[in-house]
Design a protein around this ligand. Sequence first.
Ligand SMILES: NC(=O)c1ccc[n+]([C@@H]2O[C@H](COP(=O)([O-])OP(=O)(O)OC[C@H]3O[C@@H](n4cnc5c(N)ncnc54)[C@H](OP(=O)(O)O)[C@@H]3O)[C@@H](O)[C@H]2O)c1
Length: 217
Amino acid sequence: MTTAIVGVGNIGSAVARHLVAGGETVVLAAKSPAGAEQLADRLGPLAHAASVEDAITEADTVVFAVWLDTMRELLPQVSSRLAGKVVIDPSNPIAFDEQGRMVRSLPAAQSAGSVVAALLPADAHYAKAFGTLAAEALAANANRTPQRAALFYAGDDERAADAVERLIRTAGFDPVRAGGLADAGRIEAPGGDLHQAGFDGEVVTADQARAAVDARR
Ligand SMILES: NC(=O)c1ccc[n+]([C@@H]2O[C@H](COP(=O)([O-])OP(=O)(O)OC[C@H]3O[C@@H](n4cnc5c(N)ncnc54)[C@H](OP(=O)(O)O)[C@@H]3O)[C@@H](O)[C@H]2O)c1
């Protein structure tokens, strides 16, 4: 199995490093080829770099570790290549204002997940995942002992759910389903009750995560 990671910034590089540590083959792509190539060199033989188009074509699953505004531009360009693929989306409804400050970019009731899912071809398999922790916490908490940290995911598609559970485990975390696509906003920031910020920054275990899914619904 090969997983493409498009975007190798804070989130993409942490996901790539954890997946390679767990034995997954990854193909990395970014806007500028140099960043993807440098990361692939650092990660060793299970990683290589490619163009965005070639990375998607090679992979069974594509993680789009890019900002939501980038996703809105990029997904229509690569849509035909996503047919039949599992697409994993860690995005938040965040953009930057003219002063460079982070602002919520969607109405409170609309999730980034709903926007991304609507941009995909009908036969793509969508899940929201890998965005429920701040990047530093994601980078630092793989294979935590004595109890693994949980990563929430959300989506309606069972093939995507199987793929994302496998990848979350491979990355060194326990997967916990927050619900379907209608629940994607619960694991996004700002405002999601199951995002790390909703636990006052704590990185929770799977038992804590499952209890919160039910108790707060
Ligand atoms: N940072 C966090 O703590 C955090 C936590 C949870 C979720 N998220 C979400 O994760 C996503 C990524 O955040 P981040 O902090 O990792 O962002 P980032 O560090 O700014 O990285 C963005 C990546 O996207 C790439 N990119 C930009 N335009 C592209 C294009 N047209 N084609 C391919 N790649 C492109 C960039 O490539 P170049 O470097 O070559 O420009 C860069 O590698 C966002 O949606 C964010 O909301 C972030």
